[in-house]
Design a protein around this ligand. Structure first.
Ligand code: FMN
Length: 331
């Protein structure tokens, strides 16, 4: 058992959070929560039908679960905020807002729920989220699958831990997929981990069969930071962020030609949506992080949580024993 300030604050058994990715449906969130972690549904860009179908599946499982939303979409989709809050999730996770949006939405969230998790990408954003009232911070490094800024996880975590100075638990994200990653995150001062890519390759994830299969085949060298999938979907991302995805044929065709893609979007999008419908992995967006190297099986989400903790306990035990041996040898 690994107890941290995160497990104490949330009342969960394990310091493991499943990220609110576009593949994180309600069954996955419920499975992670049932296994003792914090399961989040990916509210992502605010697809009302997805939220209506998936959030009840997480809520039905009870326990400590939540919904994660991309803050800038609240400004674009009237009714989204109310739709999410109608489910009274015990945890609300917010990501990708500018300073003003972070202040506004974290402040509003605190009025209706006790636990507001905010994903940040540098120490400056951590302070903004903290002052806005975040109760947990996720520090996400650029190794991550999906959208991220530029800071690498290894130096980012202790830097955020230092500026937060114990005010709230810090969760490490970006580049973690197994117990070694959990042990390392704890060593850096984090109170837990959030995994995105690893949970996409689970039985419960709502990722397409082609996407899951591809994750087992590719390595980090097959991923790239790109904007092409944002452009084709018409999502107006802040240029400070890029999305790490599998660099497939669609990426190769349009990378570096984003303006051309913007001009021809209507025509390209129609074909692209048909390809997505067919689960064509040469065309569809498959966001994935550097940890695809470590993703070599489709497992149940509950097993991912359990195995992660067991492996981390083993790693920590061996490291501690190693330090003791060193002491003995040194004497
Ligand atoms: C397929 C995929 C979709 C994602 N979609 C979102 C999203 O909609 N909202 C969000 O806050 N983060 C999203 N993320 C990022 C995750 O929240 C998390 O920060 C990241 O996956 C952690 O890095 P890892 O992939 O190395 O575990 C996504 C990640 C992946 C892999």
């Amino acid at each position: 058992v690994i107890r941290t300030r995160l497990t104490e604050l949330l009342g969960i058994a394990h310091p493991v959070v499943s990220a609110p990715t576009t593949a994180a449906g309600g069954r996955q969130a419920a499975a992670v929560t049932a296994a003792g972690g914090l399961g989040l549904v990916g509210g992502s860009y605010g697809d009302a039908a997805f939220i209506a179908a998936q959030v009840p599946l997480a809520a039905a499982g009870g326990g400590v679960w939540g919904v994660g939303c991309v803050m800038f979409t609240f400004d674009q989709r009237p009714g989204l905020w109310e739709q999410v809050l109608d489910f009274t999730p015990p945890v609300l996770a917010l990501s990708f807002g500018d300073e003003e949006q972070t202040r506004r939405y974290v402040g509003r969230a605190r009025q209706v729920t006790d636990q507001v998790v905010v994903q940040v990408h540098d120490p400056e954003q951590a302070l903004v989220a903290l002052r806005a009232g975040a109760t947990v911070l996720v520090a996400q490094g650029a190794e991550a699958g999906g959208h991220h800024k530029v800071r690498g996880t290894l130096p980012l975590i202790p830097a955020v831990v230092d500026v937060v100075a114990g005010a709230v638990p810090v969760v490490a994200a970006g580049g973690i997929a197994d117990g070694r990653g959990l042990a390392a995150a704890l060593a850096l001062g984090a109170d837990g981990v959030m995994l995105g890519t690893r949970f996409v390759a689970t039985e419960e994830s709502v990722a397409s069969p082609g996407f899951k299969r591809t994750l087992l085949e590719v390595t980090a060298a097959d991923t790239a930071d790109t904007r092409v999938f944002d452009v084709v979907r018409g999502i107006d991302w802040n240029p400070a962020y890029r999305g790490r995805a599998v660099a497939n044929e669609f990426h190769r065709t349009w990378n570096g030609r984003e303006d051309d893609l913007r001009h021809r979007r209507t025509e390209v999008e129609a074909r692209w949506l048909e390809a997505v419908e067919r689960d064509d992995v040469d065309q569809r967006a498959m966001f994935a992080g550097e940890v695809v190297d470590l993703v070599r099986d489709i497992r149940s989400a509950g097993d991912v949580v359990t195995d992660l903790v067991t492996e981390a306990e083993d790693v920590l035990g061996r490291l501690t024993a190693g330090v003791r041996d060193l002491e003995v040898t040194g004497r």
